[in-house]
Design a protein around this ligand. Structure first.
Ligand SMILES: [Mg+2]
Length: 374
């Protein structure tokens, strides 16, 4: 095969997803997805702008393109990083398809046979949450995650919120016992003092990780929480470059980092973030919000890094399986790693017409006094 050339790059907004396809002059098409889910409109525009650089270029010089574009697009931020990440995933897909190999083989080969995933549980009451946990264990999951907040918690007192959270976690442990992994997603919903008090009260419930007790803007605040909280911390889903992850890891704030392949720099940068984490015995717990395209790409990454820890299951995305030809399949608490070339699938562009784009609305969350919550 002679040298491939990129002919065009097309982004697609569909439902709550932003997909990208990179077309080459020899019929090979790369598929990717962007992960700045609240701002797909901006990232869509950024992909169109960046595509002028890529057209006519050799798609195999992936690292070179990443360096050129990220260093020459002044004021790099999350929108540009999400655009670059989507294109990067597509370029790795092309690289695999060009040699008939799955991406994980280009990244050093499989270090695991299947990819452990968690399922989210929830409900409007502690009992409903416990029932949801029972159902997911029956469906084969070995790892569950819950956000221990009842509807309307923003308007309750801190003591009520903490009491309800402990009751919910206790009900879930009662329902599933202590042999299923249980992680807590705080979703940046608590103030530092509330997060610390809650963590201490949760100690008897064998919590696998405490995710995002605070918004990520202040590493100092996060460091304070990490030193005060007796649970393993996980964070990083809004971080979008290797430098932010290095700071987070160097400060010994976390046990687990949550880089998003489709936001923090695609395969090119995620391999590096994973290596920085590996050298500090920090696990990689990728953040996954996306379509079957992202699920397939994330599985390729998870298969190839030794310190992979866990990620979301299909997160409801299996209803979108018809947008691709070979969706990833699940076996109990694991996803199976495709051995097909690239990330293992093609996007069915015609199917996307059935999923009109639904942009995120800004609604806000408010305390009882009308002030803005989290
Ligand atoms: Mg999260």
């Amino acid at each position: 095969m002679r040298q491939l050339k990129i002919e065009r790059i097309t982004p697609f907004l569909a439902d709550r997803f932003l997909l990208v396809r990179v077309y080459t002059d020899q019929g090979i098409v790369g598929n990717g997805e962007a992960g700045l889910w609240a701002h797909h409109g901006m990232v869509h525009r950024a992909i169109l702008n960046l595509s002028h650089y890529y057209v006519g270029k050799d798609p195999s010089r992936i690292e070179h393109h990443f360096q050129t574009v990220s260093r020459d697009t002044h004021f790099m931020g999350a929108a540009l990083s999400a655009a670059l990440s989507a294109i990067d995933i597509a370029l790795w897909d092309i690289a695999g398809k060009a040699v008939g190999q799955p991406v994980h083989r280009l990244l050093g080969g499989r270090v695991r046979d299947k990819v452990k995933v968690f399922q989210n549980i929830g409900g409007a009451t502690a009992a409903a949450c416990a029932e949801s946990a029972r159902e997911q264990v029956a469906a084969g999951y070995l790892s569950l995650r819950m956000s221990p907040f009842l509807p309307g918690f923003e308007r309750k007192t801190a003591s009520q919120v903490i009491g309800d959270a402990v009751a919910m976690v206790a009900a879930v442990r009662d329902a599933i016992g202590f042999e299923i992994d249980l992680g807590l997603e705080i979703h940046r919903n608590l103030r530092p003092e509330e997060a610390i008090t809650l963590a201490h009260e949760l100690l008897p419930f064998r919590i696998l990780y405490y995710e995002d007790p605070l918004a990520p803007e202040s590493l100092e605040a996060m460091e304070y929480i990490a030193k005060s909280v007796p649970l393993p911390m996980a964070t990083g889903e809004r971080f979008h470059n290797i430098f932010q992850f290095k700071d987070l890891i160097d400060r010994k704030i976390v046990s687990l980092v949550r880089p998003d392949l489709s936001l923090a720099g695609g395969f090119t940068q995620l391999k590096k973030i994973a290596a920085i984490a590996e050298a500090a015995f920090v696990g990689v717990f990728p953040h996954l919000m996306g379509s079957p395209v992202n699920i397939a790409a994330f599985c390729q990454l998870a298969a190839s890094i030794p310190n992979y820890f866990l990620m979301e299951s299909h997160t409801g995305a299996d209803v979108y399986n018809e947008i691709v030809d070979w969706p990833v399949t699940r076996d109990g608490g694991y996803l199976l790693v495709s051995g097909r070339p690239g990330i293992g699938l093609e996007i069915d562009e015609k199917s996307l017409d059935r999923y009109p784009y639904t942009p995120k609305q800004i609604l806000g969350n408010f305390h009882a006094d009308g002030s803005v919550a989290h």
